[in-house]
Design a protein around this ligand. Structure first.
Ligand SMILES: NC(=O)c1ccc[n+]([C@@H]2O[C@H](COP(=O)([O-])OP(=O)(O)OC[C@H]3O[C@@H](n4cnc5c(N)ncnc54)[C@H](O)[C@@H]3O)[C@@H](O)[C@H]2O)c1
Length: 299
């Protein structure tokens, strides 16, 4: 089986695939135009979030049998269309959950103690001790929207930190460490709201002006899920009118953003979609990609 790996993948995993008899080529910088030209010769492809696999690409690759997404979200792949053409689409659902959960918890601490702002004043040689009275996250209420693999990892850690954890997930009936509630109850009670659901037609703009109005004054929002689930204009307004005290963002409606005004707000801390970007998660993602392709090739 001939496989093209289109996004950065660890060498050990690539070598393991080759040792198992797969022909593996890599081109981590491949452009969409180059991909349309070369992919028709391959049986399988590996992508991370950089490479998009749309219907038009699938249509020119009748030989393609398998697409493996190293990571969670399949929003970068026209997965249903690929499956309708008989192509197997796989991802690595749990490999990065712990890393995204740790970033989420880190962001809550950073918001509670203004770590970013305090660092910036020190670098500017200012000693503004009195400006940085924060609060503890222990004893506060965390509202998780989506309690799948990452939500569960966040809930476990938050409960251990003494937070009381609520979750809204209409597709889940029971979950440990959390009390399942309606979205309205979560919005009304949470001191921190963190999103851990996929971006779908249903979840797009799920947190908009009307939802911000239902939140506590001074709430803090963390989005390490997908941009566009929180309406960015409504978030900007809620941050500038003081309803939301702070937001931590790892994901954006457009990546990279074309409009940087949210990122530039003093009350926003942010990162360029690095939730899964740890050595451990990358290692687990690559290993799982290799396992899945090797298994697929034996069928
Ligand atoms: N920042 C990053 O680098 C990064 C890395 C990995 C995953 N993610 C994103 O994190 C999100 C969660 O990933 P996961 O691995 O926990 O996925 P998952 O599939 O394990 O869990 C998602 C949960 O969301 C729930 N859900 C679906 N629609 C919902 C809705 N409308 N309202 C409330 N809940 C809903 C599902 O029932 C499920 O329990 C995804 O969007 C994923 O793409 C981001």
């Amino acid at each position: 089986m001939k496989i093209l790996i289109c996004d950065k993948t660890e060498t050990d995993a690539i070598e393991r695939m080759r040792a198992a008899g797969l022909t593996v080529d890599t081109n981590f910088e491949i452009t969409p135009e180059e991909l349309s030209a070369v992919l028709p010769a391959y049986d399988g492809m590996v992508v991370r979030s950089r490479t998009k696999v749309r219907q038009s690409l699938i249509d020119v690759c009748p030989k393609l049998k398998v697409i493996v997404r190293g990571g969670v979200g399949l929003d970068t792949i026209d997965a249903e269309y690929a499956r309708s053409k008989g192509i197997t689409v796989m991802n690595t659902p749990k490999a990065s959950s712990a890393s995204v959960a740790e970033l989420t918890i880190g962001y809550m601490f950073a918001l509670a103690r203004s770590i970013y702002k305090a660092t910036a004043t020190m670098k500017a040689e200012k000693w503004e001790k009195k400006a940085f009275e924060g609060d503890e996250i222990g004893g506060k209420t965390l509202g998780l929207i989506g309690i799948g693999n990452i939500g569960k990892e966040v809930a476990k850690r938050a409960a251990a930190l003494g937070m009381s954890v609520l979750a809204y997930d209409p597709y889940v009936k029971t979950a440990e460490d959390v009390r399942l509630v309606s979205l309205d109850e979560l919005l009304a009670q949470a001191d921190y709201i963190s999103l851990h659901l996929p971006k779908t037609k249903e979840s797009q703009n799920m947190i908009d002006k009307a939802q911000f109005e239902k939140m506590k004054v001074g709430v803090r929002i963390v989005n390490c899920a997908r941009g566009g689930i929180v309406n960015e204009s409504a978030l900007y307004e809620a941050l500038t009118n003081g309803k939301v005290a702070g937001a931590a963002l790892d994901v954006y409606g457009e990546e990279p953003p074309t409009d940087w005004k949210l990122a530039k707000l003093d009350t926003v801390i942010c990162s360029p979609h690095i939730g899964a970007q740890t050595k451990e998660a990358q290692g687990r993602v690559a290993a799982e990609v290799a396992d899945k392709l090797i298994e697929f090739s034996k069928k």
